[in-house]
Design a protein around this ligand. Structure first.
Ligand SMILES: [Zn+2]
Length: 115
């Protein structure tokens, strides 16, 4: 497929804008200086493109070297809240699922406490 001159110009402009955006992000990058004994390591943030597991959109964020993030900064709190809620729900279901109908969880008798 052959694009028109206008399409090519637009794609070129988009590439150019993305390059400028990356350059600005890199210029604002935070540096983390780690000193271990006599060694000093400087970790510098760089733009990392990843797919957010929460909203499944792609995003680019400044991150220190390491594994890419799983969520956008703005999605992380929501995702973690949801995960915590889901875990509590499963725990509650597990607790009650084991008891047959009409049975209540056994409670410790006072004499047990003295053993
Ligand atoms: Zn997200």
């Amino acid at each position: 497929m052959k694009g028109t001159a206008e399409e090519l110009a637009r794609a070129d402009e988009a590439r150019h804008l993305a390059a400028i955006e990356n350059a600005i992000m890199e210029a604002n990058a935070q540096e983390l200086i780690i000193t271990v004994g006599n060694h000093t390591r400087t970790l510098r943030e760089r733009p990392v493109t990843f797919r957010c597991e929460w909203c499944s959109n792609q995003g680019t964020e400044m991150r220190l070297p390491g594994p890419p993030p799983r969520y956008h900064t703005e999605c992380k709190q929501e995702a973690q809240n949801s995960i915590a809620k889901g875990r509590m729900k499963r725990m509650r279901e597990k607790k009650t699922a084991k008891l047959p109908d009409g049975m209540v969880p056994a409670t410790r008798q006072p004499e047990d406490l003295h053993q």
